[in-house]
Design a protein around this ligand. Structure first.
Ligand code: SAM
Length: 292
């Protein structure tokens, strides 16, 4: 019986065997604590017939634990140097497939359809590369993949912004974008000591469970997200001032925005950070006819 990959001793052995050196630019901070990995996988609530997608398997620490609990695991890894290592470390797990690709450029939808056909559900589980956390999450959500949810490790500061509630300093357009698609919860705060090498920032694990239906109905999602982003353009400014500077020019722009705010029942002196997702939806619907 071999030892788990995610121990300091075995990880060191593997790195030495292949003369592997970490690339900071690829966000390579590997997990060396099996207990933490098991807790992450617990949060994914995998069933025997679940599929799992991993982003950035590294030397396979998380992949191994996923392979033990899911029917099939497909992992996207950008760093070619890791491919022979993964072939070696994951050789006991025939239910794992590694795809050598930048996940941001990959056709994840096609992979889900071909690799997980007939399975009960699909979860994304990852210890994300921190330099691209937000683009990866937004890609997975905007493409509306047929997945149940995402459990991932990321910078604590980003986790705080994603799960933030209105009227907190962390609440912003990222909170709204993610909460439009999912129920977002921070489920673990993780110490730096479980990584090799240790990252400079604090880490957390979030669980995103996809909504069956978005919590609000809007005519045009792109416009809704544009309005929310615009409302936070300068956090200290009022929503009226932010919208006036961000929305496209029109003859009576300010009057139109004032009329839409009134129609949505939102005081012009409020700041974006005080508006709930429902209020943003009302406001976006009220603004829509003026700007289309
Ligand atoms: N899963 C491993 C673990 O927990 O020990 C490694 C996690 S490490 C934080 C992030 C991994 O993502 C690295 O293996 C890195 O090479 C890979 N990676 C970085 N950018 C990527 C991208 N755009 N697409 C796919 N993988 C990427």
């Amino acid at each position: 019986m071999h030892k788990d990959i995610a121990t300091p001793v075995r990880t060191r052995e593997i790195l030495d065997k292949y003369g592997f050196s970490f690339k900071k630019s690829l966000g390579q901070n590997f997990l060396i604590d099996t207990n933490i990995l098991n807790r992450i996988v617990d949060h994914a609530e995998l069933k025997e017939r679940s599929g799992a997608i991993e982003i950035g398997p590294g030397i396979g620490a998380l992949t191994e634990q996923l392979a033990k609990r899911a029917e099939k695991v497909v992992a996207f890894e950008i760093d070619q140097r890791l491919l022979p290592i993964l072939e070696d470390t994951l050789s006991p797990y025939p239910n794992v497939k590694i795809i050598h690709s930048d996940v941001l450029k990959a056709d994840v939808q096609a992979v889900v359809e071909t690799e997980f056909a007939g399975l009960e559900d699909v979860m994304v589980v990852a210890n994300l590369p921190y330099y691209v956390t937000t683009p990866i999450l937004m890609k997975l959500l905007e493409e509306r993949l047929p997945i149940r949810g995402i459990v991932c490790m990321l910078q604590k500061e980003v986790a705080d912004r994603i799960s933030a509630k209105p009227s907190t300093k962390e609440y912003g357009s990222l909170s709204i974008a993610v909460q439009y698609y999912t129920k977002a919860e921070t489920v673990m705060i993780v110490p730096k000591t479980v990584f090799m090498p240790q990252p400079n920032v604090d880490s957390a694990v979030i669980r995103l469970t996809l909504h069956d239906e978005p919590p609000v109905k809007v005519t045009d999602e792109k416009f809704f997200f544009f309005v929310t982003r615009s409302s936070f353009a300068q956090r200290r400014k009022t929503i009226l001032n932010n919208l006036t500077s961000q929305l496209p020019d029109g003859k009576q722009k300010k009057e139109d925005i004032l009329a839409a705010l009134k129609q949505a029942g939102i005081e012009e002196s409020r700041r974006g950070e005080t508006l709930s997702i429902e209020e943003f939806a009302c406001l976006s619907e009220a603004l829509y006819p003026y700007f289309h």
